[in-house]
Ligand binder design. Structure first.
Ligand SMILES: [Zn+2]
Length: 418
């Protein structure tokens, strides 16, 4: 083992076949018939994926630490214990169903990067920690980016642990059940930097024929719930003119949000995604209906104007149907720029390896968006087929997974030897 001078760091190449085997093996846990995975946070599938990751990490000589919200840190010590560590990873939870790559690629590529550094016989000055963040997807428990947000002090630990799924099950109790409510404190320690590799989840890289995306900034995100309130009554006997059907209002609102979204393209996107109806019983005219949606826009003013337009449309629809409407906006997640030197680190690593790179924004949330508030952060994209994600159709070509892992490994090495 040797500690190379930062000026003469070797160029690392990961074992792409090993990474691919790991991706396919992990993806077989809670696999779905159409080729995806179904591992919402703190389910048995999530537990099994965590166990396998811990097994592989220990096999690579790393020590595995679990914090109080289930975040996992697989640590390789550095030569200088006083220096904060470099963190690299992503998440192992999936949508319901999701694909094999959204999240696992970032965790397993970081693990393969550390194995590669070990095989090269290099001791780094800083420790390196491969991270699996809890509940990035927000599929079973809200909000998404939960574990990284708690680590970065963007979300109170109690709020995170008290989050309930639609069946009323509490996250903190589920983490205990699967054995992943760990003893380590959540955050509160210095971190040198955070590096995350992820599939792009959009078509830009594939269309450009470019392998590596250096993410420069995050777009402006928001979310809201529109609640229509009417009055319940018998579904057989209430004359059509006398009904106050909250669901009918919600349905018109869904259509309106869709057309507002179509008008935003290509600068922004919004479309209704959830619908809850009370009492959701065929013999009763519904008295309450809630439409939920996410919005993303390249401009802050554009996002806010679209939210205002949806609120106005909801009030107009409600007035026409004898209902009331109220729109509750969740705390917005405004866009930001990643540090220029972290973007440059991505581009340099790609160039050193001979991979072309493209600067692009992220149109969706990642743990890197939480960690940006805790330390210098880089987000690296590789293409995914036809841009599909949050889908069993999601696919990342093996050579792109390898290229991303190679770039990540060299970025980790450079940060860890600072
Ligand atoms: Zn993801």
């Amino acid at each position: 083992m040797s500690t190379p001078s930062p000026n003469v760091l070797p160029l690392l190449r990961t074992d792409g076949a090993r990474l691919w085997n790991d991706l396919m093996t992990l993806g077989a846990i809670a696999a779905t018939p159409a080729g995806g995975s179904f591992r919402p946070t703190a389910t048995d599938g999530d537990r099994d994926a965590r166990n396998l990751f811990a097994l592989w990490a220990r096999d690579a000589g790393l020590s595995v630490i679990v914090d109080g919200v289930g975040n996992m840190f697989a640590r390789r010590e550095g030569t200088d214990p006083d220096l904060p560590p470099v963190l690299a990873g992503s998440h192992l939870d999936t949508q319901m169903p999701g694909g094999k790559f959204d999240g696992p690629l970032g965790v397993l590529a970081a693990l393969e990067a550390v194995r590669t550094i070990e095989r090269a016989g290099i001791r780094t000055r800083r420790a390196i920690e491969v991270v699996n963040w809890t509940n990035e997807e927000g599929a079973r428990f809200a909000p998404g980016l939960l574990g990284s947000a708690a680590f970065a002090d963007r979300l109170a630990l109690d709020t995170a642990l008290q989050s309930r799924d639609r069946g009323g099950v509490v996250l903190g109790e589920e983490l205990s059940r699967i054995g992943y409510r760990g003893p380590a404190p959540v955050g509160g320690r210095p971190v040198d930097s955070y590096l995350e590799l992820h599939i792009e989840q959009g078509p830009a890289l594939e269309q450009a024929g470019i392998t590596i995306g250096a993410v420069t900034h995050a777009q402006h995100f928001g979310a809201a719930l529109v609640t229509f309130t009417g009055a319940n009554s018998h579904a057989h006997t209430t004359a059509m003119a006398r009904r106050c059907n909250a669901l009918a209002g919600a349905a018109r609102c869904v259509v309106e949000i869709e057309s507002i979204g179509e008008a935003l393209e290509p600068h922004g996107r919004v479309g209704a995604a959830t619908l809850d109806v009370w009492p959701n019983n065929r013999v009763i005219v519904p008295h309450r209906a809630e439409v939920g949606f996410l919005i993303v826009h390249a401009e802050l003013a554009g996002r806010d104007a679209a939210l205002d337009a949806i609120a106005a449309a909801a009030c107009r629809i409600a007035a026409n149907l004898g209902l009331t409407a109220e729109m509750t906006r969740s705390i917005p997640r405004d866009g930001f720029e990643f540090p220029a030197d972290m973007v440059a680190l991505t581009e340099q690593a790609a160039a050193d390896l001979g991979y072309p790179s493209l600067r692009l924004p992220t149109w969706t949330g990642h743990d890197a968006l939480s960690m940006h508030y805790a330390c210098p952060t880089a987000l690296v994209f590789v293409p995914c087929r036809d841009g599909w994600s949050h889908s069993e159709r999601e696919w990342c070509a093996p050579e792109h997974a390898t290229a991303g892992a190679d770039v990540l490994a060299n970025m980790i090495l450079r940060r860890a030897n600072r």
